[in-house]
Design a protein around this ligand. Sequence first.
Ligand code: DAT
Length: 177
Amino acid sequence: MANSQRSIPNILVTGTPGVGKSTLCEQLAEGTGLEWLEVGQIAKDCECFEEYDEVYQCPVLDEDMIIDEMEDKMGHGGKIVDYHGCDFFPERWFDIVFVLRANNTVLYDRLAHRGYTGKKLEDNVQCEIFQTILEEAQGAYRPDIVHELPSNTPDDMEENLDKITTWVEEWKMRALS
Ligand code: DAT
């Protein structure tokens, strides 16, 4: 059920690093007019970090700070949130959740190309094989709003864009009626 406060929906796009979240979100924002919020970038801008993870060579988010930072924007609706985790956001923020999925060989090549090596590369591929983010999403949101989308090829990307754009249009029509 849509949140009655919003006339345009909020969408969460999640999945393992490298599955194609930012590529999809950028085009989705362009096509729908919704605003793309990259949580990693917001965290950098507001310095919402609590420590540095030496093993994965990346900063660890201060989740409470990030939620405070995003709360006002989310209340207005019309946001596409992109992050490789999903269970710390308030459930009420989202009208639909998409979990992008990639085959392990495809993901391995994308992450290697990005410069990931060793444990960081292996653990991320394993995270995808074990469908960790899908299960995280299914545990954190109502099952009927969580959708798994393949993200291996440019055709998958086109199909996903079409599907989500149609869903947004239908949601807006319902909100008006
Ligand atoms: P993420 O934001 O999930 O980390 P990304 O959008 O940066 O991932 O994509 C990683 C790489 O994969 C990037 O080079 C673009 C490519 N890619 C993403 N989705 C794709 C798709 N459906 N088909 C082919 N390549 C894709």
